[in-house]
Write a protein that binds this ligand. Structure first.
Ligand code: AP5
Ligand code: MG
Length: 184
């Protein structure tokens, strides 16, 4: 089966960690909009200059900066054999855009995997990491934005019945096994 996978979950849920591992297992690219944006910020590209303030505040970067970027990335040759999307779609407009793009290509996502982790675990994980946006104020804002904009995406996919919920509050290898089982 081709694997076109979408990882959803709050900040700190382990989307990036698990996507990295499974992209190696399945030999498909791990496409993280957060990583793409952070690279753009590091290299001070026009995209990075526009995105930086939003990221530092924990706000979503505007859709017009994200949609073309994800379209170009999904059309690259390595994405033909599948992909893991991490951090996209992040609001319902992005989810609808992705649906139309995939429909145009006569494709669909095979699984949408939602990593569920309680807030107190998320906060402690993020506070013990040291990314630029892992400070208390920005974490709080990221969680608010997640609830407001990204939780509706879970309902969106639930209605299309492609969503599976995975308990993300366990040892990394247990989460990896649960994901593999849900993908198989
Ligand atoms: P993004 O980079 O996507 O960050 P995020 O959603 O806040 O999530 P994180 O990367 O913090 O968490 P994660 O779920 O990947 O967890 P991780 O594996 O790292 O977005 C950053 C910003 O970019 C956004 O705020 C926004 O501004 C912008 N942006 C990105 N995409 C966008 C989009 N589509 N539209 C608009 N704006 C966008 O794990 C976290 C920590 O926990 C790590 O230290 C890890 O080692 C640890 N950990 C993981 N799993 C476990 C486990 N099972 N047990 C113990 N520790 C664990
Ligand atoms: Mg991440």
């Amino acid at each position: 089966m081709t694997k076109r996978l979408i990882f959803l979950g709050p900040p700190g849920a382990g989307k990036g960690t698990q996507a990295q591992i499974l992209s190696e297992t399945y030999k498909i690219p791990h496409i993280s909009t957060g990583d793409i944006l952070r690279t753009a910020v590091t290299y001070k590209t026009p995209l990075g200059d526009k995105a930086k303030g939003y990221m530092d505040r924990g706000e979503l970067v505007p859709d017009d900066l994200i949609l073309d970027l994800i379209k170009d990335r999904l059309l690259q040759s390595d994405a033909a054999k599948g992909w893991i999307l991490d951090g996209f779609p992040r609001n319902v407009a992005q989810a609808k855009f992705l649906n139309s793009l995939l429909a145009e290509l006569d494709l669909a996502a095979d699984r949408v995997l939602y990593l569920a982790v309680p807030d107190e675990v998320l906060i402690s994980r993020l506070l013990s990491r040291q990314r630029r946006d892992d400070n208390e104020a920005t974490i709080r804002r990221r969680l608010e934005v997640y609830r407001r904009d990204t939780m509706p995406v879970i309902d969106f996919y639930q209605e299309q019945s492609t969503l599976k919920t995975i308990d993300g509050d366990g040892a990394m290898e247990n989460v990896t096994s649960a994901l593999k089982e849900a993908i198989a």
